[in-house]
Ligand binder design. Structure first.
Ligand code: MET
Ligand SMILES: [Zn+2]
Length: 763
């Protein structure tokens, strides 16, 4: 019999109950007991939803109040001293590790652990500091507790946990650890804790566990065969049946050692990498290892083509036999919203294309049923829906398709090289040395949000809403003139979100009302969905930028989100490559850039903060991605004359490894988040240099702290050591939308003063 499984499920709770409960606890409105009670109810709701969908193998232990990697550190007793010192309750210590905590009156002040992107997803893990002296002990067997909790409800589950090698690869080396320390060197100390955890599971009657080792899809795992062997040879004898999962990519050469591990089954991501199946089947055939086929995507929201998945599974059955095949999701479903059934504004046709977590559970169950010879209406319906979607896909926008096919090399290039453009821009913009500017947004005040929500609900007319936004733009412009900034922005008050705002004005996108996906902790986003060819029916930002420019003689910078970022922060369509979608977006933005220039805007910023996170996990795939990503940016910005200054902005990640590609974007000016990864970035500048203008962020906007004038001067001074002074721009490290006005005013006054000082000092 073929079985069905799911690797993990969203944590948000129906109606975002988890988010609300957690935030209410943080605000001091509910007790720890109340929060735990809610969490228990949500776990029940999750298990029942998966079980009711007909799934055989239901996960447990994957729920979390903040982040599941953080849970592991906490459960293993890895609590850095700075948290211990705060003398908080266990729950508050846990949250402090995730998000920091400050309560000056009580003498509490501790920063959060570092966050990092989880593989190439937009989910962020919490990376707790480890050092050579880190000790592990099993303080809390969450997997066991939740297994028992489900059992009491009559549901038998498969506990989920990170494997030791992935755990140690994802956590962080603390600041005080020696420079060459790598957490993986702690493996021998960690294995006994895993042994204990798994022994306890087995003794409690657990039959199988899911051990996530997604690190196996990275190049570096191919060198770690010995570590895997050692680890699993130690764990297998005491553990329930082990299934190792490998989401987000292909196992590649690692199959050579995986086939020799003493495990029950190996899971593959066949959504991303269906081609790996043959090779893996051939390797597993002579062994006892079973296979778990991750055919239903945990990453996108498209209805699975069950016939195609069945064909893959049939192959596996032919090779290994039905008893050794499980059909599953490609990864945890944490990257998808809970259910499509709560959406009321999508058309029935749109609904028929989509599948969120609950529907994906139904898909794996239906698929297993079909493989076991059960005819079902659901399977038939799926075939019809997929056929209808294919039909829709054929009705492409030929004008858009033709325009993409006709893209020329010329369109990817500005008219002249940077030095000539720079001269033209100097005359056109007339900026001083060390020009000051900001990244775009200004504080999104309560008034702005209230006006927007009234407008969305129909309580405020379009005219009145736009008037309110114009008033906001007016005061942002006035403030910038007063504080003495050189290159102004309109402040972006009219934008709900830097991607959604554009998606809503472009053809080809749809939006959910409740399609929340976890970004980190209690923060959830609703990614737009690309459903068809993308085009721009009319200008999107010109009226705002022109209005702002009409209020001042100083130059106004237009502000757009770049093609790669729009795509990376949306759910892309699955029938067309990302490259094509990105180029369609680029062409739409290209028209916008040209329209802005024609409207008299002399500087235009096209933000690409998400360009790094789209980078493929395997180095062999980098070139292809970077080529189309860079081309897309260039396509969107090269339609204008030399005297238009093109800016771009990067933040959120470590750009060191793609810095040469950032140079290839050939933006006239880039701003880059530097304040948190200060030294690393300076090294990058030192080794690669940068030929165009550059504004490494001079202060961190992610905290309400006001940087002193001296701090900013010091920062400029350290950067001038590695970058030419006459190419330096002075700006914060990201947009100011999450900040309050008071700290913004003080910080920018200090920034302007420091830039004046730099002008004199480096004249
Ligand atoms: C995440 S990058 C944000 C850039 C945008 N222009 C802003 O200032 O908010
Ligand atoms: Zn930013």
């Amino acid at each position: 019999m073929v079985k069905s499984a799911v690797l993990g499920y969203p944590r948000v709770g129906v109606n975002r109950s988890a988010k609300k409960a957690i935030e209410s606890y943080w605000a001091g409105n509910t007790s720890a007991e109340q929060l735990q009670e809610t969490a228990k109810n949500i776990r029940k709701e999750r298990w029942e939803s998966i079980k009711n969908a007909g799934v055989d193998v239901v996960p447990s232990g994957d729920f979390t109040l903040y982040d599941h990697l953080l849970d592991h550190s906490f459960n293993f007793g890895v609590i850095p001293q700075r948290y211990v010192e705060q003398k908080l309750s266990p729950l508050d210590t846990y949250f402090a590790m995730g998000r920091g905590r400050q309560d000056r009156a009580k003498g509490i002040d501790v920063v959060a652990s570092e966050m990092g992107k989880f593989f190439d997803s937009n989910y962020h893990i919490v990376k707790v500091d480890h050092s050579p002296s880190t000790e592990f002990s099993l303080k809390n067997n969450q997997q066991l507790n939740e297994y028992k909790e489900a059992k009491e409800l009559g549901i038998t589950t498969r506990p989920v946990l990170f494997g030791p090698i992935t755990y140690l690869s994802l956590v962080r080396a603390g600041r005080d650890a020696p420079a060459d320390f790598e957490p993986i060197s702690l493996l021998d100390k960690l294995i006994p804790v895993y042994k204990q955890l798994l022994t306890e599971l087995k003794e409690a009657g657990v039959e199988e566990v899911q051990i996530d080792e997604p690190i196996l899809v990275l190049d570096k795992a191919e060198q770690q065969g010995d570590l895997f062997k050692k680890t699993y040879e130690a764990l297998a004898p005491v553990a329930p049946k082990i299934t190792i999962t490998t989401a987000y990519g292909r196992v590649g050469k690692s199959i050579e050692f995986l086939k020799d591990l003493p495990i029950y089954a190996l899971h593959l991501d066949l959504d991303r990498e269906p081609k790996q199946l043959d090779e893996v089947l051939a390797a597993l055939k002579p062994t006892k290892i079973a296979i778990e086929l991750g055919v239903v995507s945990g990453r996108n929201i498209w209805k699975n083509d069950l016939k195609a998945s069945k064909a893959l599974a049939d192959k596996a059955i032919a090779e290994l036999g039905a008893d050794k095949v499980t059909v599953s999701t490609s990864s945890s479903l944490l990257h998808t919203p809970i259910s499509i059934k709560v959406e009321t504004k999508l058309t029935p046709q749109q609904v028929s294309w989509l599948s969120f977590a609950t529907e994906k559970c139904e898909e794996v169950a239906t698929l297993a049923g079909a493989l076991n010879g059960k005819e079902s209406e659901a399977f038939e319906q799926n075939s019809k829906d997929i056929a209808a979607r294919r039909e829709f896909e054929r009705t492409s926008d030929s004008a858009v398709r033709d325009r993409v096919t006709a893209i020329t090399e010329e369109q990817l290039k500005r008219k002249s090289p940077f030095p000539a453009r720079r001269e033209a821009q100097k005359k056109h913009l007339n900026l001083p040395k060390f020009p000051t500017t900001t990244i775009g947004s200004f504080p999104q005040t309560k008034e702005i949000r209230v006006a927007r929500s009234k407008f969305t609900k129909g309580e405020l007319s379009k005219e009145d809403y736009e008037k309110a936004m114009e008033k906001e733009v007016g005061s942002v412009v006035e403030f910038q003139e007063k504080v003495g900034l050189d290159l102004l922005v309109h402040g972006e008050p009219e934008r709900n979100d830097m991607v959604q705002y554009f998606g809503e004005q472009l053809n080809g996108f749809i939006f959910t009302q409740l399609g929340w996906v976890q970004s980190y902790g209690s923060r959830y986003v609703r990614p737009p969905i690309v459903v068809s060819d993308v085009s721009r029916p009319s200008p999107m930002t010109v009226r705002w930028s022109s209005y702002a420019q009409s209020l001042t003689k100083l130059p106004m910078k237009g502000m757009l989100t770049g093609p790669v970022t729009i795509l990376n922060w949306s759910f892309p369509r699955a029938d067309v490559t990302k490259e094509i979608q990105s180029k369609q977006l680029a062409l739409a933005l290209r028209d916008e850039v040209v329209d802005l220039a024609n409207a008299g805007i002399k500087a235009i910023q096209v933000d690409e903060p998400a360009i790094r996170e789209g980078l493929p996990l395997r180095k062999a795939d980098w070139d292809n991605y970077l080529t189309w990503a860079v081309d897309s940016f260039r396509l969107s910005t090269s339609g204008v004359e030399d005297d238009i200054q093109v800016h771009s902005h990067f933040c959120y990640s470590d750009f060191g490894d793609i810095f040469p590609s950032i140079q290839r974007l050939d933006a006239d000016v880039i701003s880059i988040e530097a304040s948190k990864a200060d030294l690393k970035l300076l090294d990058v500048f030192k080794s690669y240099g940068y030929s165009n203008e550059i504004g490494p962020g001079v202060y961190d906007i992610h905290s309400p702290r006001v940087p002193s004038e001296q701090e900013i001067k010091d920062r400029i001074a350290s950067m001038v050591k590695v970058l030419p002074a006459d190419l330096m721009v002075v700006n914060p490290d990201c947009g100011l939308k999450t900040r309050g006005w008071k700290e913004t005013e003080e910080s920018l006054a200090n920034l302007v003063a420091a830039a004046k000082w730099a002008r004199e000092t480096y004249a």
